[in-house]
Write a protein that binds this ligand. Structure first.
Ligand SMILES: *[C@@H]1O[C@H](CO)[C@@H](O)[C@H](O)[C@H]1NC(C)=O
Ligand SMILES: [Zn+2]
Length: 446
């Protein structure tokens, strides 16, 4: 059955005609949600996934969900996007295997267009260097926005340029916190996002939360306590080159770009998966060097990606303060704990799971969006060299997590109308994180 899948996919490869218009690139694409109910079905999809990658067909059939054991055990949905010319064969294969599926986005072309839509008000905001929370903005707008926050709220915001991305974009780390009158150091929470280029909701959500922390300080007592008690170190976009690339045209492979953009002498493909590029258990599992174009290519060596180095340098500067480390992705609705390199657990896993569950419950309480909590290896599959493992092992942060934001059947094509609800529900999680840090560590470092 595996061989049959391969033969069909290769035989049916059709070159798409290229066009600048979204409609033409994505016309007829549909996003499906699959559900496996047997081990055999899961193995079938894994084999299919490998063949798709090997034959470089991801722009026609792309399994977005990591095919971990948990998708079977916990009956988690599997997002698969399929081009029109591939739908008949792939759906026939699914039916032959008895794999249940339904369409979750029928008109992907329209969804992609809606996702990039800027109303006149959004455009006006962007031109003025402001974020509106009703559209996905470009990196230049995000830069202008964090600069203006630092300027307008200099009593609680400090902006630091931490280095340049490979293509020369400035990267920023904000520190949000009211300095204590007695000058003592405070515990801190780290948040970063948008290491994967296509995960637009990640930076939109983190910047929404940043904006709330800063602009509501003077009028919201919950926010005031969060900013008084702790420092918040925020790196909103870890992969600015990738982010900009995903906006540069509307072809499938551009919009779904995940990696960095470094020109490599070793490979025809640019960059690597920065979330496999940290120097802890690098390449041990769930990461490859071949094929070079793989979405989980770990890079030629640890920290081959300069953006990762900027993140770790700036995090290590404040590591004595850090108690929680949140690295924000989309879209699987999960709070993931270390370790991600193998099905092993840190000795304080009970504490990590407890806060993870409190954060997930707080998110769910807002709008009912359900989150899974568990080990990264179990829920997503082993993936060494990722940010959360680095935060725990190398920066020594007790509560280190990967947060996978809402999916709700949209995968990476989440309409911009979700930015505000995602921001609001995820803010509930950081309220929990704040509460735990204060309860466990107090508000000063000894
Ligand atoms: C302060 O923010 C919290 C968290 O979003 C919210 O629940 C609360 O209603 C806000 N309070 C005010 C006075 O706006
Ligand atoms: Zn990701």
């Amino acid at each position: 059955m595996e061989i049959r899948a391969v033969v069909l996919l290769v035989a049916m490869t059709v070159t798409l005609c290229s066009s600048a218009a979204v409609k033409n690139h994505w016309l007829g694409y549909k996003l499906y949600r699959l559900q496996v109910s047997t081990q055999e079905q899961l193995e079938f999809l894994r084999a299919l996934d490998q063949e798709i990658e090997y034959k470089d067909l991801q722009d026609k059939v792309d399994i977005w969900t990591h095919l971990s054991q948990a998708v079977l055990d916990l009956k988690m949905p599997i997002n698969v996007i399929i081009s029109p010319e591939k739908q008949p064969e792939v759906l026939a294969l699914l039916e032959e295997q008895g794999i249940a599926y339904k369409v979750s986005i029928d008109d992907v072309a329209a969804a992609v267009e809606a996702e990039s839509f800027m109303s006149p008000a959004d455009q006006k905001a962007a031109d003025a260097g402001k974020m509106s929370w009703t559209a996905y903005h470009r990196y230049a707008t995000m830069e202008a926005f964090v600069q203006s926050l630092a300027q307008d709220y200099s009593d609680i915001v400090e902006l630091k340029m931490i280095g340049k991305s490979y293509e020369g974009r400035s990267m920023y780390r904000l520190k949000v916190g009211k300095p204590r009158a007695d000058g003592k150091k405070k515990p801190a929470i780290w948040m970063d996002s948008h290491i994967h280029a296509r995960e637009w909701i990640a930076s939109a959500t983190l910047l929404y939360m940043t904006n709330k922390l800063v602009t509501e300080y003077s009028r919201n007592s919950t926010v005031r306590r969060m900013v008084d008690d702790l420092d918040w170190y925020i790196l909103p976009v870890v992969n600015p080159d990738g982010l900009e690339h995903t906006h540069s045209d509307s072809s499938y492979s551009t919009r779904m770009w995940r990696r960095t953009r470094r020109i490599s002498p070793f490979a025809e493909c640019l960059g690597a998966d920065p979330n496999r590029n940290y120097d802890f258990k690098w390449m041990l599992s769930g990461a490859v060097q071949s094929p070079p174009c793989s979405d989980i290519n770990a890079g030629a060596f640890p920290f081959s990606e300069v953006e990762n180095l900027h993140l770790t340098d700036t995090a290590l500067e404040v590591k004595d303060q850090l108690k929680v480390f949140l690295t924000i992705h989309s879209a699987a609705q999960m709070i993931l704990t270390p370790w991600g390199y193998a099905l092993e657990y840190p000795s304080d896993i009970a504490d990590l799971e407890a806060l993870g569950r409190r954060m997930a419950n707080a998110i769910t309480a807002q709008y009912g969006v359900r989150y899974q909590v568990g080990s990264s290896t179990y829920l997503l599959g082993a993936a060494a060299g990722a940010t959360d493992d680095w935060g725990k092992a190398k920066a020594g942060v007790k509560y280190s997590y990967t947060v996978e934001l809402r999916d709700l059947g949209y995968g990476f094509i989440l309409p911009p109308s979700h930015i505000v609800p995602s921001g609001i529900e995820t803010f509930e999680a950081i309220i929990e994180a704040h509460r735990t840090v204060v309860a466990e560590f107090g508000t000063t470092l000894n």
